[in-house]
Ligand binder design. Structure first.
Ligand code: NAD
Ligand code: FES
Length: 295
């Protein structure tokens, strides 16, 4: 069992939990995810790690309840425990494998949308701890939905924007990016964008035009997180990839977001899943990633 040391509501329908999971905390890197299971009968919930403390042996997760299992998870209180809390899973962010001296030469921009702000945080923090201070845009629909602002301020140059203009800048993250580049003279060598699919689609469209290489996280399309269900199958250029095994981060300019969103919608129904299974045949799922699978 994995004890919840702190459970907190960050904003309307956004929750944060600090969970005792020493082995995950010891080995995880920014960009990786865990799978939580509330009890024996609950579904597996893949969530990108928001923060970790190796000394305390804890992991912070932030989530937005949308299905039955995350609704159940929302009801857990400080002192309760998860039946399972498995990780770290997925590949760490490419930043972690890049020489620091190389990163120091780059102007790096993070773009975080809504609850997707949480998985951006460990990357920004990791860079700061290694002497690289990046720019970051946090976008939220409205003031009350801006999360982790204080934590971000400590580790980067932060720009906050709200769709309705109720706090700081007005407009979506793409408006802020456009302003930074075209009105404020900023230039970037790398962008890491994490948020709703539609946000990542439009950020990639803009960064492609601006010539800024962009990395996105395909965590939203994951279901079981094991490589076996086929939910997170995504075309990256001409290649079939699985977000939970090969990602979750990919080159955003190689992703066909319309196709990924259409597939995500199809995967929600039994009929859609059967159709995808038939169409995609042996490439429908990817194997667990540990045994070579049946890719
Ligand atoms: P939201 O709908 O409130 O959007 C957040 C911000 O994204 C907006 O404020 C806006 O700035 C930007 N945005 C939205 N639509 C846009 C568009 N068309 N063009 C440009 N920018 C746009 O976000 P939310 O409700 O907090 O997000 C929930 C979604 O985030 C879920 O679908 C979830 O799956 C996803 N999510 C993604 C990740 C990831 O790893 N990519 C992680 C956690 C959550
Ligand atoms: Fe099921 Fe990746 S989430 S295959």
């Amino acid at each position: 069992m994995y004890k919840i040391l702190e459970s907190e509501k960050l904003a309307d329908n956004i929750y944060s939990m600090i969970v005792e999971a020493p082995r995950v905390a010891k080995h995880c890197e920014p960009g990786q995810f865990i799978i939580a299971k509330v009890d024996e009968v609950s579904e597996r919930i893949p969530l990108t790690i928001c923060d970790y403390d190796r000394e305390a042996g804890t992991i912070r997760i932030v989530f937005m309840p949308i299905g039955a299992s995350t609704m159940k998870m929302r009801l857990l209180k400080t002192g309760d425990a998860f039946e399972d809390f498995v990780g770290p899973l997925g590949r760490p962010s490419d930043l972690v494998g890049t020489p620091i001296e190389e990163l120091k030469k780059k102007n790096i921009l993070f773009i975080a949308g809504g609850v997707g702000t949480a998985p951006v945080y460990p990357q920004v923090k990791w860079l700061h701890e290694h002497g690289v201070t990046a720019d970051a845009i946090i976008g939220a629909k409205t003031k009350d939905l801006v999360i982790l602002e204080e934590q971000f301020k400590e580790v980067c140059n932060l720009y906050v924007t709200t769709d309705d203009g109720s706090y700081m800048r007005k407009g979506m993250v793409t408006t802020c990016l456009d302003d930074l580049v075209h009105k404020e003279g900023k230039s970037y060598d790398l962008c890491i964008a994490i948020g709703p699919m539609i946000m990542m689609k439009f950020v990639c469209k803009m960064t492609k035009e601006l010539g800024i290489p962009t990395v996105v996280s395909m965590n939203p399309i994951m279901v079981d997180g094991t490589g076996m269900c086929g939910a997170c199958r995504v075309m990256v250029g001409d290649e079939v990839k699985f977000a939970c095994v090969d990602g979750p981060e990919f080159d955003g300019h190689l992703i066909d977001f319309d196709q990924a969103m259409q597939r995500q919608a199809m995967y929600r129904t039994e009929e859609g899943r059967a159709k995808l299974k038939q169409e995609e045949a042996e490439t429908h799922h990817g194997g667990c990633g540990h045994c070579g699978g049946d890719k």
